[in-house]
Design a protein around this ligand. Sequence first.
Ligand code: GTR
Length: 325
Amino acid sequence: MNMIFRLSASVAVIAGLTLSASAQEIVLRSSDTHPDGYPTVEAVRHMGELLMERSHGRIGIEVYHSSQLGEEADAIEQTRLGVIDVIRASFGPFNNIIPETKVPSLPYIFRSTDHMRSVVDGDVGADILAAFEPHGLIGLAFYDAGARSFYTGNTPVRSIEDMAGQKFRVMQSDLFVDMVVALGADAVPMPYGEVYSAIQTGVIDGAENNPPSYESSAHVEVAGYYTLDEHLIVPEILAISKSTWDRLSPEDQALIQQAATDSVAYQRELWDAAEAAALETVVANGAEIIEIDKQPFIDAMAPVYERYVDTPELQDLVARIQAVE
Ligand code: GTR
């Protein structure tokens, strides 16, 4: 069921009183893989509140969390088709579809979260958002996802040599498969919702994610060694289906864009708090956080850059990102 245009003419007559059943005319259905309360879920809710207020109750967002509308890669497809209106997702599952998304998904491309924020807030970010449109999506904003690191259940990764012989789940992106292979390990692309039992049953040895996801997915219960190699600072996208967008008036499009832009500061604030809290919680639950020399991991990424930065346009994007202070 896609964007619902509700007629405010729907009325109920009760004992001579005429009540407007709903003043809300446009309800946007939004998908997120994360559970209720996660920073991205709360930020899209906040965006919905801003929209309700600014549209005087005419436009709202219904946030479907916990993959209720499907696992991320499927939800992205549904959004491109206009079945879902809004999607909040990692850049990873877009890598095989939208070439420009490969660049912010490259391992160690960003020097820090601050560097990533400066890049996405500037003209490089605007160009990357614009790259979604030919693929059925309007990129509205970037959200934060901190840094992703590897975690394992049986064999802790204390140096790059410990990667050998281990099998890691990655997001559905060829780039991430090759990233893991370049580190000497095996990779299995798999939906997020299948990772817990895959580790538990020994189908895989571990996975990789940021601390809030590691904690909220409960993967920490089955993989207690978290190695701070921080190979990916991959941002997240908030996008609206182009088919939904094209049915909105320019005024409503502007309201939606502004509310999305305004939700970014809120998401970052929630993110920073969640990241600090998650590390504390996982340690309290028995996880071991392993500090590691990142340099061998960084050095191993050269073939991944060679293979995936495969056009002059993408090379230019890499150079522009590296040039941002
Ligand atoms: C999370 C990200 C999700 C999803 C998940 C995964 O960090 O926020 O959108 O991509 O990782 O690994 O599938």
